[in-house]
Write a protein that binds this ligand. Structure first.
Ligand code: ZN
Length: 281
């Protein structure tokens, strides 16, 4: 069932667990993730970046693939189809294509402009029952070290003035592969969690230690974005398969050969995030 993330994230926040946001790239990834989460009986957020949507052939193709799979595979868990780091135009196009949730990323602008753009997306989205996440501070690439921590007062303003449903504050996390251990600002996270009532989102969840992840979730993180980790295990599985099956040239067998490793990683994440706490809610 395609839904927005409001209920699943509010439940996760209440139960102190997190919903996995897993990025999808193609039909195979969508199928693998949907089937595994159905088997585990947990809600899931499928994240789609603009470049992934383009790879699919457009937002509408991606929506069509996911919604058709849900139907033909009898997927009954709540599934949120979410834009990952969209511009206002991308968010609107995705909403018009059937997406149930968006992340408007206007974090590169000054706070006034961020609020203005985010509010425009919220107004458009909420009329259509679509949830909205926004970002504050800079969550850059791990290798660039371009991160700026979120400012608590700006977090409060962004929430109050736009009516967003979840917020992704930069707290020392980053996208991609961490070269050095990230220095997460737990003090800032606690302060934000104390003052802001909506669910908090962590980007760059790949490569954070299990203990830190548990502490993040205890302190209000209800959605964790995982992209790199799944890519790495998928690549490992595919390379192993090709190594052991040098004569195979059927693309279905090759692309799908990362399934076992992806399934194992998804199960580990669901355990770590304790997502099953919200299975029956
Ligand atoms: Zn991100």
């Amino acid at each position: 069932m395609l839904v927005n993330f409001i209920e699943m994230l509010n439940n996760a926040k209440k139960e102190r667990c997190a919903i996995p946001h897993l990025n999808i790239n193609n039909l195979e990834w969508s199928k693998i993730i949907l089937e595994k989460c159905q088997e585990l009986n947990v809600p899931v957020i499928l994240g789609v970046s603009a470049s992934a949507a383009e790879y699919f052939g457009g937002w509408y193709v991606c929506y069509s693939v996911v919604s058709s799979l849900i139907k033909s595979l009898n997927i009954t868990i709540p599934v949120c189809l979410h834009v990952d780091h969209g511009t206002k135009e991308e968010c609107i196009e995705a909403i018009n294509s059937g997406f149930t949730s968006v992340m408007i990323d206007a974090s590169k602008y000054k706070i006034e402009e961020n609020i203005k753009i985010t509010k425009e997306v919220v107004d458009y989205a909420h009329q259509r029952n679509v949830s909205v996440e926004a970002e504050i501070g800079t969550i850059g690439l791990a290798e660039n070290k371009e991160n700026n921590w979120a400012d608590i007062n700006e977090c409060i303003r962004l929430c109050e003035e736009t009516n967003i449903d979840a917020i992704a504050p930069a707290i020392g996390n980053a996208h991609g592969i961490y070269i050095e251990t990230p220095k997460l600002n737990f003090k800032l996270l606690k302060e934000i969690n104390d003052k802001i009532k909506i669910p908090l989102v962590l980007h760059g969840g790949s490569g954070i230690t299990n203990n830190e992840m548990k502490e993040l979730i205890r302190n209000g993180i209800s959605k964790v974005n995982i992209n790199t980790d799944l890519q790495l295990v998928w690549k490992k599985g595919v390379m192993k398969y090709i190594e052991n099956n040098k004569d195979v040239y059927d693309p279905r067998k090759i692309i799908y050969s990362g399934k076992k490793e992806m399934n194992k990683k998804i199960e580990e994440l669901v355990d770590l995030f304790e997502t099953k706490k919200v299975s029956n809610l």
